[in-house]
Design a protein around this ligand. Structure first.
Ligand SMILES: [Zn+2]
Length: 127
């Protein structure tokens, strides 16, 4: 069923999955497995920083290019392929370390601004 209107399409899927929860769960897991296979084929199956094969996670190389807040595993195949060059595989520890470093860098950048510039960034209407 093709809907030009994205909201109508989402409502159709929400209603369908609400009526067919078993199908929804299976389909969701199939999509997640398909995405895992695509990412593994493209990025390999070990941490690109330390080589570990334990507790692997997916990271946005450039977080500014994030298209949504959704996990790489739950997005559609087309969206995944459009973003595949921005994905890297990291183990949990390397991912945590990188995320912490990004937050620290963001804080340093924020606090280097004048108070007026900080307030402009915090203005919820500009977000
Ligand atoms: Zn690692």
């Amino acid at each position: 069923m093709a809907y030009a209107d994205l909201e109508k399409r989402r409502k159709f899927h929400r209603d369908y999955y609400a009526k067919n929860p078993h199908y929804a769960k299976n389909q969701q897991e199939k999509n997640r497995q398909r995405n895992r296979e695509i990412i593994t084929e493209h990025c390999g199956c070990k941490c690109c920083k330390c080589g570990s094969t334990e507790r692997l996670e997916y990271d946005h190389i450039n977080p500014a290019l994030k298209k949504s807040k959704q996990s790489f595993l739950s997005i559609g195949k087309k969206d995944l392929l459009n973003q595949i060059d921005n994905i890297q595989v990291l183990c949990h520890e390397c991912h945590k370390s990188r995320s912490t470093a990004q937050k620290t860098a963001a804080w340093k950048l924020f606090t280097s601004l004048s108070l007026e510039e900080q307030e402009q960034l915090l203005d919820t209407e500009s977000l």
